[in-house]
Design a protein around this ligand. Structure first.
Ligand SMILES: O=C(CO)[C@H](O)[C@H](O)COP(=O)(O)O
Length: 146
């Protein structure tokens, strides 16, 4: 997959995220502090990475900031984006499965390298549920965008 990746801080775990995604065979498109000269403001770089998903130029995105909250809020402002702040593998699995999340938001503060691997394993292993109730919920999210 082509995955846009943003971070407002050039932290080791964000660099590890890029390397880990590439090790798994994904193409990465860095934003913010991960790309020289790009705007590293969390609202700006998270939006940029999320817009790639909405435009279809990226399959998914991973947006990072120190807490993960600002990155997830910004990404979720982009129509068509369902960003989920995940702090553990169970949440990442549920985000893909029940929410059909297309953007993973991460906290740079809380995500250790071993935890990142667990979260990515769960995120990429899970598929969106085809259950009618789950699909109805996701469809409702689309209608909330107006
Ligand atoms: O977690 C964040 C936003 O949700 C930011 O990473 C945090 O606010 C740090 O930003 P700055 O370096 O501009 O103080």
């Amino acid at each position: 997959m082509r995955i846009s990746v943003s971070s407002d801080m050039d932290e080791p775990v964000a660099r590890h995220l890029l390397a880990e995604l590439e090790r798994r065979g994904h193409e990465t498109v860095p934003y913010g502090a991960l790309r020289p000269g790009d705007d590293p403001q969390w609202a700006v770089c998270s939006e940029a990475a999320a817009r790639e998903v909405a435009a279809g130029t990226a399959d998914q995105a991973v947006v990072c900031c120190w807490t993960g909250t600002g990155a997830s809020i910004a990404a979720n402002k982009v129509p068509g984006v369902r960003a989920a702040l995940c702090t553990d593998a169970y949440t990442a699995d549920g985000a893909r499965r029940w929410n059909d999340a297309n953007v993973l938001a991460l906290s740079l503060r809380l995500t250790s390298e071993p935890l990142l691997k667990e979260i990515l394993d769960a995120w990429f292993a899970a598929e969106a549920s085809e259950d009618a109730e789950d699909r109805a919920n996701v469809a409702h999210l689309g209608r909330l965008e107006g």
